[in-house]
Structures are given as structure tokens and as C-alpha cells.
Design a protein around this ligand. Structure first.
Ligand code: NCD
Length: 309
């Protein structure tokens, strides 16, 4: 893809070469992301950061990335303080905000909301999570993490566990992994299975995947275990959500018993699905994964703003 000026809306936009470009650029950002150096690559550029759903990592890592590369940030947080509550359309919001920022990052509770905003905005728009649909920059940082942890991306077995229905990170990650000949194991309760359009896409790409409810068996076969939170905010009936409490729980004991070499990832926040004693297991990569988010978001911002390093 031509990165300069591009909107980053979906993992489907990326081919293998595009992913590699982001990961190589991210590696060059490490001195800045790890706080060893301040950069000036994005000096004179302003990020408009619109977060209409809770966020800690995604917003702060984008804003940190921009600031540490010498750029600046304006932000709008919380839908109740924006004109969207007055009935302004996302298209109009896009037409407004393009006057302020050189690039826009948005998170919003509705699927396809970011695409609607992007139609109105003439500057690059980056999807930081649109409802239960997608979260493409999370997947880029997930791949960057897998590569750092295991030294490669090709031919791995990745097990994804938890809320595969509403979890936007696993939707985007499945698409991106399809370029690396991955074998996928989807572990979920029957009512939270990977959506059919994604399974169909994987079949078309000849990606081997299996669906199971058995996390222990998946742990034995996988190189990477990607845990997710049950997405409480997507449930209409809280009783349905409550049913999943005490479902899949990863403990240190389980890792040691099933596969001590397993790389354990989680987009975070974790609620109950990984116990705190797991954090010291050598393969527990979820906090390293957070750190990787800054370098990857630096790369994405630089690429869409047409800056090379
Ligand atoms: C994820 C999200 O917002 O989709 N969080 C994140 O960006 N790191 C995962 C989640 O909220 O469960």
C-alpha cells in the first residue's frame, strides 16, 4: 500500500510486505520509544486524538509516540463532551477535525464509525478500535511482539482464547496472521465464537484453523497463547456476561503443566483471565507487548505522514 496519506481502517488493507514495512520501521523507532532519545521526525505535525470509548494504552501510546517524535497532540476524550452528542454526524466531525490535525486517531463504540469519519476527513485517519469490528494497529504491535519473542512470524501455531465474537483485536490479528502461514486455534465458549466472515476469509486463504473449547489442549500445541477479556460492554444482557465469569483462566500452574515455553500475550486490560502469579513466567509477554505499542505507533504515524527514518 502507499502509506503516505493512507487511512488505516482495517487489517485487510495490509499485505505481507506492508506489515514488514511497519515492523522494520518500528525497529528503527526503538531508541525513541524506549525513552533513550527524543526525536524530531514529526516536528511540525499535529495529531488529533479522538477517543469516544475507554482507553489507557492505545490513546497514551499514540500520544506518547507523537510527542516523543517531536509532534504535538490535541485530544477529545469522552463522547459526552463532543458535538456527536448534539447529533453531529461522523462525516461532519471528519470534515471539522481535518482542519486541526495532520493525522487523526479515533476510537468509537460503533462498528465502521472510523470509516465514516475518514470519508469526511482529508487527512490520514487511523482506526484505534471501532466497536467489535477491528483494531489494526493493535495487531501490528502484536506481530511485532511475536517476532521479538520468537524471532520469526512464519509457520507458527497461535491459540486465541476468550471472547472471539466481540474482541476486535483477534479479528484484526486473524487477518494479519493469514500472511504468515499460521495455524490458528480458536478457544471460546460456544456463544462467543470467531465470527463467520473471518472464518470464511481464512478458508479462502487456505489457513488451517480449528475451533475448540479446550484451552489446555490448545496450550500444548501452540507457540503463542493470545488471551482476551470477555467484552462486557458489548453484552445487552448482563446475565449473559456474568455466565462467563470463572471461564477460561490462565494460571502459572497451568503454564508449567501444559507448556512452559508458551509465549503468553494479552492486549490488556485483563480482568480475571490471567492470574497475577503468571506474570513471572518467562513467556509472559503482555507487559513487553505494551512497550512495543509505542514503537509500532511511531512507525504508523511516520509512515502515513510520509516521513522516513
Ligand atoms: C483492547 C481493545 O480496546 O480492543 N485493548 C487495547 O486496545 N489494548 C482489548 C480490550 O479492551 O479487551
Amino acid at each position: 500500500m502507499e502509506f503516505k496519506g493512507a487511512d488505516i481502517l482495517s487489517a485487510k488493507q495490509f499485505n505481507r510486505g506492508d506489515i514488514e514495512t511497519v515492523l522494520k520501521t518500528a525497529a528503527k523507532m526503538e531508541p525513541f520509544a524506549s525513552k533513550k532519545k527524543w526525536g524530531d521526525l514529526l516536528q511540525g505535525k499535529l495529531l488529533a486524538s479522538l477517543f469516544y470509548e475507554p482507553s489507557t494504552r492505545t490513546r497514551l501510546s499514540f500520544e506518547t509516540a507523537m510527542n516523543r517524535l517531536g509532534g504535538r497532540v490535541v485530544s477529545s476524550v469522552g463522547m459526552q463532551f463532543s458535538s456527536l452528542t448534539k447529533g453531529e454526524t461522523l462525516y461532519d466531525t471528519g470534515r471539522i477535525v481535518e482542519n486541526y490535525g495532520d493525522v487523526i486517531v479515533m476510537r468509537h463504540p460503533d462498528n465502521d464509525s472510523v470509516e465514516k469519519l475518514a470519508r469526511g476527513a482529508n487527512v490520514p485517519v487511523i482506526n484505534a478500535g471501532d466497536g467489535s469490528n477491528e483494531h489494526p494497529t493493535q495487531s501490528l504491535l502484536d506481530l511485532y511482539t511475536i517476532q521479538k519473542e520468537l524471532g520469526r512470524l512464519d509457520g507458527l501455531t497461535i491459540a486465541m482464547v476468550g471472547d472471539l465474537k466481540f474482541g476486535r483485536t483477534v479479528h484484526s490479528l486473524s487477518h494479519m496472521l493469514s500472511h504468515f502461514g499460521a495455524e490458528l486455534i480458536f478457544v471460546s465458549p460456544p456463544d462467543l465464537k470467531m465470527p463467520e466472515p473471518i472464518c470464511r476469509f481464512l478458508k479462502e486463504k487456505n489457513i488451517v484453523y480449528k475451533e475448540t473449547a479446550d484451552m489446555g489442549e490448545a496450550m500444548k500445541q501452540a507457540n503463542v497463547l493470545y488471551m482476551t477479556r470477555i467484552q462486557q460492554e458489548r453484552f445487552e444482557d448482563m446475565k449473559e456476561y456474568e455466565k462467563h465469569k470463572g471461564g477460561y483462566i490462565l494460571t502459572r500452574e497451568l503454564v508449567e503443566e501444559k507448556n512452559p515455553k508458551l509465549v503468553i500475550m494479552h492486549p490488556l486490560p485483563r480482568i480475571w483471565e490471567i492470574t497475577a502469579d503468571t506474570d513471572d513466567v518467562p513467556g509472559a509477554a503482555y507487559f513487553r507487548q505494551v512497550a512495543n505499542g509505542v514503537a509500532v505507533r511511531m512507525a504508523v504515524l511516520a509512515l502515513v505522514l510520509g516521513k522516513t527514518i
